[in-house]
Design a protein around this ligand. Structure first.
Ligand code: FCB
Length: 449
């Protein structure tokens, strides 16, 4: 198999607003659920928060110059909803719009295609105060916000991702509680599923009403599930988890149906026409993928099933096959997941909107970061992408997570995913060896040896 990618393949890098911007409390920005959550003691490792993060809000030009130096073709970033609408709805904040407008202009000046994500988890706190994703009203607010963004930026950005990883922010935010808003409430979790799906559908319509030329899709975090053992209770847990994790959003959005297990539980929430609204003619599916998921039966968990904790990994797993998140390096799972999308969802256009790994990435005495493990990870995963392309998947892009080291949610700043190192004291950026690897990849349009 050759390592050469199709002509016009889009090589990109991804980030998200709360993880990099900082400037959480200036220029009229409203509070988000992550501002509140990270300032609640004990919620984030070392009680860290995104107040400064990488200070991208002030350093975006420099960051774009770093992208341009390696001829990055696309940049996926998210818009902070409360920076645009401090209360989540109503009057917009001009200074917030100005920031993204300048960012977009700078990207276009450097010939970098912007991919906007409308929602990467920093919900306006004001909307959370009235129930957040568990209250159906949010579907209208999200639709209005999407309309505003498409209206203001639709001429500059032709690719919009509505939501980032519904399964993550609903499961971890409403069911397991270790991400904002930190709830453990099955009823709210179940209603969030339906409202998220509806919000996507409404947003799609809003954006397309501005211009049919803007391509719209949703980014889903999907991964093959494995039971931790072949006992019938773990096998059963796997089926439940797989259904809720992998199909609760993809099936309604891309096929127009809920899996039976889910439909039974949320039937009372589905109104006439809802399924039609949810199931739009999406232009693409965005896939975020890192590893497969090992599932265990856990009666204390509200679903009766959950993904295992780091210390529950089977003993026989070789430490070398783990990243510093204790995530397993399994490129075959990536290939299988892409092929599952191709086969189950009628061979859609696929954007690989996130993939990457975290390692400690310390600077050596000369100040360099020689992240050979990341390079090896990327080579393996990119080979899986290449194989899926050979087997007919319509993949148009790959976005490495992440451009910069950043605030890794509940795990704070210790987990470094960037191809560019950030010193969180001085905020200095230092390209890692993987950054130069990525440059070579882009230049040759093939995986370097
Ligand atoms: C994904 C998130 C992203 C980042 C990576 C490591 O689930 O979308 O923000 O945290 O994981």
């Amino acid at each position: 198999m050759s390592n050469i990618f199709p002509k016009n393949f889009i090589w990109g890098a991804a980030t998200s607003s709360y993880q990099i911007e900082g400037a959480t409390n200036i220029d009229g920005k409203g509070k988000s659920i992550w501002d509140k959550f990270s300032h609640t003691k004990g919620k984030v490792a070392n009680n860290e928060n995104g107040d400064t993060a990488t200070d991208h809000y002030n350093r975006y030009k420099h960051d774009i110059a770093l992208m341009s130096d390696i001829r990055l073709r696309a940049y996926r970033f998210s818009i902070s909803w409360p920076r645009i609408l401090p209360n989540g709805k109503g009057k917009y904040n001009t200074k917030g719009l100005d920031f993204y407008s300048k960012l977009l202009d700078e990207l276009l000046k450097k010939n970098i295609k912007p991919f906007i994500t409308l929602y990467h988890w920093d919900l306006p706190q004001k909307i959370q105060d009235s129930g957040g994703w568990s209250n159906r009203d949010i579907t209208k607010y999200f639709s209005d916000y999407s309309y505003l963004i498409a209206k203001k930026f639709g001429d500059k950005c032709k690719n919009i991702i509505t939501l980032n990883e519904p399964a993550v922010f609903s499961t971890f935010g409403y069911l397991d509680g270790y991400m904002a808003p930190g709830l453990k409430n099955k009823k709210k979790y179940l209603s969030s599923i339906h409202n998220i799906n509806l919000a996507h559908g409404f947003a799609y319509k809003s954006i397309k009403s501005i211009s049919s030329k803007i391509k719209v899709g949703c980014t889903l975090n999907m991964a093959p599930c494995l039971a931790v053992s072949n006992s019938s209770k773990n096998e059963n847990a796997k089926i439940i988890y797989d259904t809720f994790w992998n199909r609760a959003y993809a099936d309604p959005m891309y096929l127009g149906i809920y899996p039976k297990i889910i439909e039974k539980k949320i039937q009372h929430l589905i109104k006439q026409n809802d399924m039609k609204i949810i199931n739009q003619k999406n232009d693409f599916i965005g896939l975020n993928h890192y590893q497969h998921i090992r599932v265990i039966c856990d009666r204390k968990n509200l679903l009766g099933a959950r993904s295992i904790n780091l210390n529950e990994l089977p003993k026989k797993i070789n430490k070398k096959k783990l990243t510093s998140m204790n995530w397993e390096i399994v490129p075959d799972a990536y290939y299988n997941q892409i092929m599952e999308l191709k086969n189950r969802y009628n061979n859609p256009i696929i954007h690989l909107t996130e993939n990457g790994c975290s390692y400690p990435d310390a600077q050596n005495k000369k100040g360099k970061i020689i992240d050979t493990k990341r390079i090896s990870f990327l080579k393996k995963y990119l080979k899986a992408v290449k194989k899926a392309l050979r087997d007919g998947a319509r993949i148009k892009s790959y976005f490495v997570w992440s451009l910069l080291d950043n605030f890794e949610w509940s795990l704070g700043y210790k987990k470094r995913f960037g191809i560019i190192h950030v010193n969180f004291k001085t905020l200095e950026r230092t390209p890692k060896k993987s950054y130069y690897f990525y440059a070579k990849l882009i230049k040759k349009n093939s995986i370097p040896k």
